[in-house]
Design a binder for this molecule. Structure first.
Ligand SMILES: [Zn+2]
Length: 264
């Protein structure tokens, strides 16, 4: 039974991933999301359902457009697969937290909430990676939904999460001002407000640690490899912040206990 549910969750995940691809490409270009069918980036030919089956179409078409045979970006199947895998992970975590039962209303609401947050984070990861933008159109609703969920479900945590959000925001604002916006964009400053709100204290500390560490390691590797130009000169920090949010949502408490034993 669980396996059937997991496969369904995965299939829903890759289909939503396919929609996230549309958001990732259209929001930074300020194109309409609901109007207009998907088209080939190269020959502009409108794609039919046969070209749009998540992951499967990419494999069947061997990564090439059916009409002009130009290569399709690897981003598309990767976003779909990541969404599917993350949906299964979130589903399993919720299943464990609710001791194997998702029948209750609160359990279903929190599952939908975490899937929504995961989807938003995937969009932010890839819009920043591809276009260097953390779109307000995604970030603001995500902050709003997160706040609403906490008001309805975990009100006792709000003093903690709000102060974590403000603290994180001020810390990054300071970094932003010191580096004169060269180290990070203002989108990152706004995004860490969400991180504080979503993770709370002390998970936000682990998240900053993970983000700066992975950011430094990956940047160093890319610079040594001469791949920095790959990202148009600057390496966006948003993907590292998103990665850290996911890692610390799952393992934040374990990480802080390793980093600061005795205090936490
Ligand atoms: Zn084409």
């Amino acid at each position: 039974m669980i396996e059937v549910l997991e496969i369904s969750v995965f299939l829903i995940g890759i289909s939503i991933g396919s929609f996230l691809n549309v958001l990732i490409d259209r929001i930074p270009r300020e194109e309409s999301i609901i109007r207009g069918r998907s088209y080939c980036e190269r020959c502009k030919k409108k794609l039919t359902w046969k070209d749009l089956i998540p992951v499967v179409s990419f494999i069947l078409l061997k990564g090439k457009c059916r009409y002009c045979h130009s290569p399709i970006s690897w981003y598309y199947p990767i976003v779909e697969l990541i969404t599917g895998i993350l949906f299964i992970l979130v589903f399993n975590v919720q299943l464990i937290q609710n001791s194997q039962s998702l029948i209750s209303q609160t359990a279903i609401i929190s599952l939908i909430y975490y899937l929504f947050i995961s989807s938003s984070l995937i969009v932010i990861f890839f819009t920043d990676l591809k276009y260097g933008i953390i779109p307000d159109k995604i970030l603001y609703p995500t902050i709003g939904v997160s706040l609403l969920f906490q008001i309805l479900n975990t009100r006792y945590l709000i003093p903690n999460t709000i102060s974590s959000a403000i603290g994180a925001f001020l810390f990054f604002l300071l970094l932003f001002l010191i580096t004169k916006g060269k180290g990070m964009g203002f989108g990152d400053v706004k995004f860490v407000f969400f991180m504080g709100l979503f993770l709370g204290f002390p998970k936000i500390l682990s998240a900053f640690y993970v983000a700066f560490l992975t950011g430094a390691v990956v940047s160093l590797i890319l610079i040594l490899w001469g791949k920095k130009r790959f990202f148009g000169g600057t390496i966006p920090f948003g993907p590292f912040l998103v990665f850290a949010t996911f890692v610390c949502f799952f393992y934040g408490e374990k990480i802080i206990k390793l980093l600061l034993p005795g205090i936490f």
